[in-house]
Design a protein around this ligand. Structure first.
Ligand SMILES: [Zn+2]
Length: 150
């Protein structure tokens, strides 16, 4: 058994100005599901993406639209949303107050859903930067050995 206060859980940047907290997941030894809480400021949005697992979302506060192939579906406090596997989705805060929602995914989806957010996502960004720096370095070195560099 575990009781946590979400305000005491560190958050990570996510999507467009949003932040994400993993309430229960791998680190808490949850066997099947991951529970996350997202905060989206007015005008912000979660990332626009799709994946092979579902989302079960509960809007705790605020309002907005769910963007997808269906267009813009409005939601507000108390709305519960099921996003099926492979549906492209993005939650946009169109209100004037902060938007907060719970999103539950299968455990295997927690990291995969992050895109470029969370600690592992940061490592992916760092790895990408290292690769770009190495490629640019090799190009500059290649040009300089041919005497084409300025
Ligand atoms: Zn998603």
């Amino acid at each position: 058994m575990l009781i946590r206060n979400i305000e005491e859980i560190p958050s990570f940047p996510y999507g467009e100005g949003a932040s994400k907290r993993v309430i229960f997941g791998d680190q808490e030894k949850a066997p099947t599901f991951a529970m996350r809480v997202f905060d989206v400021p007015p005008g912000g949005a979660s990332s626009d993406h799709s994946h092979e697992f579902e989302h079960e979302v509960l809007i705790l506060r605020g309002e907005g639209v769910l963007k997808g192939a269906w267009g813009n579906a409005p939601f507000s406090e108390g709305s519960a949303i099921l996003i099926q596997p492979n549906e492209t989705h993005q939650l946009v805060n169109t209100g004037k107050d902060p938007l907060r929602f719970v999103c539950i995914v299968p455990l295997r989806g927690e990291d995969a859903d992050c895109g470029l957010s969370g600690p592992s996502g940061r490592w992916r960004v760092i790895a990408l930067i290292v690769v770009v720096v190495v490629i640019v370095g090799l190009l500059v070195w290649g040009f300089s050995t041919r005497g084409l560099a300025p």
